[in-house]
Write a protein that binds this ligand. Sequence first.
Ligand SMILES: NC(=O)c1ccc[n+]([C@@H]2O[C@H](COP(=O)([O-])OP(=O)(O)OC[C@H]3O[C@@H](n4cnc5c(N)ncnc54)[C@H](OP(=O)(O)O)[C@@H]3O)[C@@H](O)[C@H]2O)c1
Length: 322
Amino acid sequence: MSQAVLLHEPGPPENFSYEDITVADPGPGEAQMRQAFSGINFIDTHFRSGLYSPGDLPAVLGREGAGVITKLGEGVTDLSVGQRAAYGSVMGSYAEIRNIDASRLVPVPDEIADDVAAAMMLKGLTAQFLVRQVRKIGKGDTILIQAVAGGVGLILCQWAKHLGATVIGTVSSAEKAAIAKTKGCDHVILYEDVDFVEAVLDLTGGRGADAVYDAVGVKTFEGSMAATAEFGTVAHYGAPSGPIPPEVFGKLPRDRFLIRPTLPGFSAKRENLLAMADDLFAVVKSGGVSIEINQRFALKDVALAHVALESRRTTGSTVLEI
Ligand SMILES: NC(=O)c1ccc[n+]([C@@H]2O[C@H](COP(=O)([O-])OP(=O)(O)OC[C@H]3O[C@@H](n4cnc5c(N)ncnc54)[C@H](OP(=O)(O)O)[C@@H]3O)[C@@H](O)[C@H]2O)c1
C-alpha cells in the first residue's frame, strides 16, 4: 500500500481525497518511482476543475516529480534501480509510488536536491524552450514577462538576465514586485494599477519589447501584442485569467511572430528532452538560475496548495512533500 491523492470528480479543491492505493509492477517500458516531492503547477488546477479532461476517473493529478527508481519494467535499458530521476509534464505526481513511461524520466545530477528537481522540471524546461528555442534571448534584447513572480516567471526572469537581456515584468502586488527585483527583474510594473502597455512603450523608447512571454491570458494578451516591437516575438503559453476569444486573433497588430508553444511539443523527442534538461541543470548548477521554493505543503494538503495558487497567493515554485 502507498498513499496518493485521488480526484473522483472534477470540481473544487475539496474534491481531492488522500487515500491508500495499490500500485502494480511497472509494465514494459515503464519505471516505478518512490517519489520524494511533487511539483505543483497552474495547469493542475485546470485538470482538477474540469477545464481540461483529467482522463479516466479516479485520477491522480500532478505533472512534476522527483524521487528514486525502485523497479524497472521490461525493455528499459538506459535507467537503473536506485537512480535518482525527475520529470515534468507527465500526469500522476500526487503519489508516493507511481509507474511512469521511462522515456519521460531524466536522471538528476548529484548537485540538485530532490525538492529542487521537483520544483523545476516542468517550469524550468518551459523556461528553457522560451528563452533558448522560441527566441534565442541574448544581450541587447528587452523582454516582457507577464506574472514574473510566478513559478515559470521567476525562472524565466533569471535565465533571461543570465543571457544578458533587460527584463520588464508585471505583477499584481508590491510584495511580488520586491521578489521579482531580488531575482534581477530590471523594471517591475504593477499591472493592476497602471497601463502596462504604456509603461513598456515608455521604457523602450516607444519601440516595444523584443519578446513578450504571456501566460496570463485574456486579461493581458492584446496588451502583450501591443507592447511587442515590430518583428518581435510573442509567446502565449498559458491562460489563468481565461482563454483568448477567437475574434481577438483577427485584430492583432501585424508583423509580430506569435507562437502558442507547449512543453509536451518541445520535449516530445527523448533526445530533445535530455538536451533541454542538461541545459536547465547547467544553468541551475552555475547559479545563473536559483529555484525558489516559496511554498511547501504535505501531499495530503494538496487542496490548500491549489487554493493558494488560484488565489494568486504564491510566488516562485510550490512543492508537495511526500
Ligand atoms: N505551455 C506550456 O507548456 C506551459 C508550461 C508551464 C506553464 N504554463 C503556463 O504558465 C503559466 C504559469 O504557470 P505557473 O505554474 O508558473 O503559475 P504561476 O505563474 O505561479 O501562477 C499564475 C500567476 O498568474 C497570475 N494571474 C493573473 N491573472 C490570474 C488569475 N485570474 N488567476 C490566477 N492567476 C492569475 C498571478 O500572478 P500575479 O498575481 O502577479 O498576477 C499568478 O500568481 C500558467 O498559465 C501555466 O498554465 C504553460
